[in-house]
Design a binder for this molecule. Structure first.
Ligand code: 0A1
Ligand code: ZN
Length: 858
């Protein structure tokens, strides 16, 4: 697996492929350990690359070349480790057909990329570069072609991209009329059953929808199907985009490295993002299913019809598609709650990434292993950048630009330059400075100060972006800052206006005010920046009570909680009465959406507090953070016990379960109350809820609370006994035991659970359920003994040769290592070095630990 010295790929080196591919025909004879793949590829010289060129085709180590031919003439070629070359001299001058027969071994493929087997079925994953493990091909997104696929197998269900074009006993044929890059190729063969439905597009095309699952799972597909139909309708209504084939198939697989994959006409999903019933899935699971089904469906236009020229442009499809799925969820559920959730994720994952050794631009300029760049920066910050663009050009400008984008680039492999150009052409706006959001890494810090005299209020902003690996100097960016002003009595005197920062320092004046206003800055989180402003707890409490912007209302409470917690942790202060009263007021305010109240009541997590402390120049102490957060939760539980109990009791629902946002919000608020009450009632309510719950949201919530109250024992066993045959629920069983309870015992619990017969470590969901949960337990993972670090690194070393992609992603548990004390830094550095030195380490994991080790401790 190990390359001598893996060379980085550079954006600056891009060149078009010397050939165009006009057609691809593939034939598969499936067999678990010896599948034959026959390919016939029609090529022609690419006028963009004049002259004669060798034909270079990608093809990974697992391919056994049986024979190859050009225009029917056999070739005498020997593949190297990464592909095969046919010399220009062996190629005819004009069009020609390259044919090959290769043998591959899907049963031995544990990497879950290329063609592999999961639970007895064949399945593929080709993004980013999996197709080269199936056959020799120009495996790059700018080579697009129509595909015809013939499959022979004794499996009853044989699926591929496009429309079915023939079938008989033991074979099926599929034709995809839309040209596509190889990363969108998919093939599935298995003993599957379909849950079917139908959608008629606005121009009258009838589309047969099917979700393919294992027998017995059919009754957990309804929500995914409903989400699919709503996504199809939404994309027509909001973006004017219709579906373009006669069938749309979704397959659920248990072994999958990521969430899901948008293969043309044949989406493949991690089963956890398809299967759901009230008994087995939480409200969070339902919401995630809805959004990922939408995400993959939306890729049909943003990703498939218009794809990326090269992998540096990944955000072109991912940032835009995340932005689209976020808008969809906002329309389906509560927009303010969705915005707050998205910002929580952005800060927890992307800000963390942007502040550490793995920081990179939304459009990177170099990579060693592209699979390491499916990151929060490319996805989530990529979406934020589009949100800003929309804010700057307005809703109408955005719609015009998108119409132009689809019109101009349909069928293309496009770039960020193309994307920005449609906005410039549609709106007349110069986006040269805006482009820095794509090219410069790092989270800008925006410092605000204010002045007041004679009815004039002035806000002065300074922007500065800290250096990131490989980028020291950062010129100023365009930053849209949405601002509103409130009167001291709480009335809004200046409604939301968007200020555009373009300079390092800039002032904005508001005239004719009767009294000094209270500013509400960065409303709706109008830009992905860190806002720095000297303020006090009284003002935060005021905004929590009065701000008309729901995001900033929540943000004020959040900032207040963080101030109080960091004061408790770093300076030994007492829990704040003001905070407890302010939270009490929110809790009692029935005019507010329960889901919003639940968010306001959720205390910042320990990782978030570590980040806040590090940001303020302090060294975070994980045990002290845990203790401080516990102390505040207890103080709130005691201080608000009456209100919390009343709300908890009032929210008990007798209605039949529905996963809709309204019911889910009620459950979220109820569990938020339980989190505090649990600290004062010794787990009694949690026990009663666990015994009576008829849905997974409450069942899992109650089990977590019982473990926190150190009363988990019998419930943990009962939960396992009840769900032992439902994999996705057993994943939760592993996770709950690691994210709850006394962190001092987390590493020991992890060791014990890794010995459990259900710990099927080669299954990525199960591996993450245990290891990911350990890493998510901040105080447990960072226990001063270093035991958790060691255990975690041991497992990464073990997983790497089996599944390098998942291993590499999970190394990010260590990405924050430089923020801790010297002892912890030394412990983590040792583990990173131990991983780096592992025999035959993959390029994926090697790149990640190499970048992390290059970081200089603060
Ligand atoms: N394009 C998919 C994500 C994805 C990426 C890589 C994969 O395998 C390495 C799998 C899925 C999406 O955005 O949903
Ligand atoms: Zn995507």
């Amino acid at each position: 697996m190990k390359d001598a010295t893996p060379q980085p790929v550079l954006l600056a080196d891009y060149q078009p492929y010397p050939f165009v591919v006009n057609e691809v025909a593939l034939a598969f004879r499936l067999s678990p350990s010896a599948t034959r793949v026959l390919s016939r590829i029609l090529l022609a010289p690419n006028p963009e690359r004049p002259g004669r060129h060798d034909l270079r085709l990608d093809g990974g180590g697992g391919l056994k070349l049986i024979r190859a031919a050009v225009n029917g003439r056999m070739l005498d070629v020997t593949p190297d480790a990464e592909g095969v070359t046919v010399a220009a001299a062996d190629l005819p001058e004009g069009d020609f057909a390259f044919e090959a027969e290769v043998e591959i071994n899907p049963a031995a493929n544990t990497t879950l990329e290329g063609l592999y087997m999961s639970g007895g079925m064949y399945c593929t994953q080709c993004e980013a570069q999996g197709f080269r493990h199936i056959t020799f091909y120009p495996d790059r997104p700018d080579v697009m072609a129509p595909f015809r696929v013939h499959v022979e197998s004794d499996m009853p269900v044989l699926l591929s991209n496009g429309n079915p074009s023939g079938s008989g006993k033991g074979w099926a044929e599929w034709t995809d009329p839309w040209k596509k890059p190889a990363y969108l190729f998919a093939l599935v063969a298995g003993d599957l059953v379909a849950v079917r439905d139908r959608f008629t597009t606005k121009s009258g095309r009838a589309v047969d929808l099917a979700i393919w699952v294992r027998k017995g799972d059919e009754d957990r597909c309804a929500y995914a199907m409903d989400s699919l139909k709503r996504s199809m309708k939404w994309d027509e209504d909001v973006y004017g985009r219709e579906y373009d084939l006669d069938v749309f198939n979704i397959v659920a697989v248990d072994d999958f490295n990521m969430g899901a994959m948008e293969n043309k006409g044949l989406n493949i999903f991690n089963s956890k993002l398809v299967l759901a019933s009230p008994e087995t899935a939480t409200d969070g699971d339902f919401e995630r299913i809805e959004s990922v089904i939408a995400h993959e469906y939306f890729h049909n236009w943003t990703g498939n019809r218009i794809t990326c020229r090269d992998w540096f442009q990944l955000c072109l499809k991912e940032g835009l598609t995340v932005f689209r799925d976020q808008s969809f969820t906002s329309d389906m559920r509560s927009a303010p709650v969705k915005r707050i959730d998205d910002v929580l994720t952005l800060r927890a994952r992307q800000f963390r990434e942007d502040m550490g050794p793995l920081a990179h631009p939304v459009r990177p300029e170099s990579y060693i292993e592209i699979n390491n760049f499916y990151t929060a920066t490319v996805y989530e910050k990529g979406a934020e950048v589009i949100g800003m663009l929309k804010r700057l050009v307005g809703d109408e400008g955005y719609r015009k630009a998108l119409d132009l984008y689809f019109d101009r680039h349909d069928g293309d492999a496009a770039t960020i330059e193309d994307w920005l150009k449609v906005f410039e052409d549609a709106t007349g706006r110069d986006l040269a400075q805006f482009k820095r959001w794509y090219t410069d890494a790092g989270t800008p810090r925006v410092h605000v100060s204010e002045a007041w005299s004679d009815g004039t209020y002035t806000l002065t902003f300074h922007q500065k972006t800290p250096p990131t690996p490989g980028q020291d100097k950062k010129p100023p960016r365009v930053i849209p800052i949405a601002v509103g002003l409130l009167n001291p009595n709480g009335d809004e005197v200046v409604p939301t206006t968007v200020l555009e920062l373009t300079e390092p320092s800039q002032s904005f004046r508001f005239d004719g005010l009767a009294s000094r206003p209270v500013p509400s800055i960065l409303r709706g989180f109008s830009a992905p920046v860190v806002l720095e402003r000297a303020t006090d707890q009284a003002e935060r409490a005021f905004l929590l009570a009065h701000d008309t912007d729901p995001f900033n209302k929540w943000e004020a409470g959040r900032a207040l909680s963080k101030d109080v917690l960091t004061g408790m942790i770093a300076e030994g202060r007492e829990p704040s009465r003001r905070l407890i009263e302010a939270l009490g007021a929110v809790l009692r305010d029935e005019s507010l959406d329960p889901a919003f109240r639940a968010l306001c009541l959720r205390l910042p997590g320990e990782e978030d507090l570590a980040q806040a402390l590090a940001d303020a120049g302090r060294v975070p102490d994980p045990a002290a953070i845990h203790a401080g957060r516990e102390a505040l939760a207890r103080a709130i539980g005691t201080g608000l016990s009456g209100d919390l109990s009343a709300t908890y009791a009032a929210l008990e629902s007798r209605a039949p379960f529905s996963p809709d946002a309204a019911q889910a919000g009620g459950r979220a608020l109820r569990l938020a109350c339980l989190a505090f009450l649990n600290r004062v009632d010794g787990g009694d309510r949690a026990k009663a809820l666990f015994d009576s719950a008829n849905n997974m949201t409450e069942s899992a919530g109650a089990l977590g609370a019982l473990i926190d109250a150190e009363r988990g024992g019998a419930a943990v066993a009962a939960f396992h006994a009840r769900w032992k045959d439902v994999r996705l629920v057993i994943d939760k069983w592993f996770t709950l035991q690691l994210v709850h309870g006394n962190p001092a015992g987390a590493a020991a619990t992890a060791r014990r659970l890794a010995d459990h017969p259900d710990f099927d470590w080669k299954n990525p969901n199960r591996f993450r359920a245990l290891m990911g949960a350990l890493a998510a337990n901040h105080a447990g993972f960072h226990d001063a003994s270093g035991d958790a670090y060691r255990f975690y690194a041991d497992w990464l070393i073990r997983l790497d040769p089996v599944n390098p992609q998942t291993t590499a992603r999970m190394t990010t548990a260590f990405e924050t290592w430089t923020r801790y004390d010297a002892d912890r830094q030394a412990l983590i550095r040792d583990e990173l070095q131990r991983i780096a030195a592992a025999q035959g380490l993959s390029r994926n994991t090697g790149e990640m630990v190499g970048r992390m080790l290059a970081a200089k401790p603060a």
